[in-house]
Design a protein around this ligand. Sequence first.
Ligand code: NAD
Length: 400
Amino acid sequence: MSMRWKQGPEAMELAKITICGGGNGAQTLLPIAARNLGCPVDIYAPLGDEAQRLRAGVEAHGGLEATGAVRAKARPHRISADPAKVIPGSQVVLLVLPAFAHEATLRQIAPCLDRNAWVGAIPARGGFDYCAVPILQERGREDVTLFGLQTLPWACRIEEYGRKVHVLGVKRAVAAACRPAARTGQIAPLLEGMVGLPIGIAGSLLALTLANTGQLIHPGIMYSLFSRWDGRPLDQAPLFYQGLNVEGAKLLAGLSDDVQAVRARLEGALDLSVVEPLHDWLLRAYGEAIADPSTLHSAFASNSAYAGLRAPVREETPGRYVPDFASRYLAEDVPFGLAASRAIAHLAGVETPAIDQVIAWAGNRLGRDYLGHDAGEARIPQKYGLKTLEQLIAFTTERG
Ligand code: NAD
């Protein structure tokens, strides 16, 4: 089966796509994409016994099912832990994975990619292009187009592995970017049809790195909830988004201001229109779900899409909880988020006091000095040889 996606010169023939990943986002995207695109969708799930567990769940339930804010049910075409079985024949390959799994996954799939394939990360998080480009270049695969989405379109959690996911909330719109940047207009209609939401066009993957709002929200709220934690176990996990106090909202505004300072410095050289202040983004992404949009604090506290979501904790002894500092809110959003934006700011000669404060605290909790000798463990441009602002801008604007 081959589906023609959109009429006109930018149409793409879709014979098949592949989703890489077996977590919340991958299991949500599968039924939505299969229903919306009407083409076979394969899953590449190499971690542990996930492929086996996915197959067993799908078999027992008759497909993967999304419930809640989006409802869809579909069977994956094939599920495999072997890239050679699912990647060939896919014009579009989607990495729906925490960012720390991007590099290993790209290395595994690169030998199997079709000519002129599109490979995208949903969400891109920070610096996806810095790690992906060298992997493709090593193999002489400049024919591959990279793309990313600003965020996962859904808040979603697996309810029964391989069977059911629950979609708690849906963003109203999400931005996409490509490398080369000029190709974004070509893939955006397909992505829009696939996820069923408006897709905005970001100027570049660097713009998406700066426009990644998870990097501000997740570490910022962790800091505000737990930087004064006295080490005593808690009776329950505090509310995460709705547990944010006015002081915490000020910190989030400070993080956003730091990013806006980078935007102001680079705007003449790059299109950074997608890099909005956090309050503006929140209102646009969640719309009517926010009952009181008047301040950044009230926009968090009154957002029904965030209702009831709690901070990541570990149960230390029955009924007693401690903050889970190893959760992806720090372990992903700092080295694959804030640290990347901070590194760009550094090349641009922009000070980032609030970002530095949060990275230093989070790094301490993670046992890493991301501002000093462990900087190379973060996905920053300097690690990939982009050591001056001129090099960074030249890399970002390459036409391919
Ligand atoms: P998840 O925690 O469910 O993903 C875990 C899955 O990733 C694993 O099951 C495995 O399939 C894969 N994985 C992890 N490490 C791997 C490795 N080393 N090699 C290969 N595969 C590996 O994550 P998720 O909730 O699906 O989130 C995916 C991305 O979307 C993350 O960047 C997350 O921050 C972002 N996000 C998620 C939500 C949400 O509600 N789930 C909301 C916003 C953004």
